[in-house]
Design a protein around this ligand. Sequence first.
Ligand code: NI
Ligand code: MN
Length: 231
Amino acid sequence: MAKLTWHGHSTFTIEAADGTTILVDPWFDGNPVADRGIDDVKDVDWIFCTHGHSDHFADAIPLAKRTGATLVSSFEVIQFAGSQGLEKVHAMGIGGGYDFPFGRVKMTAALHGGEVHGDDSGHWTCVPGGFVFEVDGVRIYHAGDTALLTDMQLLKGRVDVALLPIGDNFTMGPEDAVRAIEFIEPDVVLPMHYNTFDQIRQDPGAFRDRVGERARVEVLEPGGTLDLGKG
Ligand code: NI
Ligand code: MN
């Protein structure tokens, strides 16, 4: 069965039953709450980035170059990565899905900023997104950085595990995350993008209380793991 590990902020590892390792929004060395440094990250097959901001993308190109992982992100982020010499890449667009060897992934909409970290030319900008991964029969939605969107209603009944930002200020906060859960109706919710720095302080226990019976909220510590067995 698939396994999910939270590394702090929006950084997750999804490990499939066959050992395929998928890293989402890698941010280790500059991340004040990360459970490990970038040098401790080994054996990555795929790296997915929801958008180009440094707290989701800063480690992606160096990690992809060292591990040989394929980087998947929006077209513009991938064009930028190519300009930095990264060869194993896969570009996607919002609303598009693709059957990867480990399962299908669809890119979802997000409402957020589009700067691409590391682009000193200012040439590249991206449309931020999120992803729905289907791994070992479990559907995992990583929302990326986003405001509450009515588009999230389109995910109703199509997500088992939702990874949702609750930090407020830069993304939706706890109140809108609860509304997102009402739209999506996932079984399990993991809060992310909170308590990394002062502007996004939140109490995950209070968030769990607020969600109540709508979904099971799993609050992990950085480095914490959740088994994603269905049923
Ligand atoms: Ni961002
Ligand atoms: Mn962010």
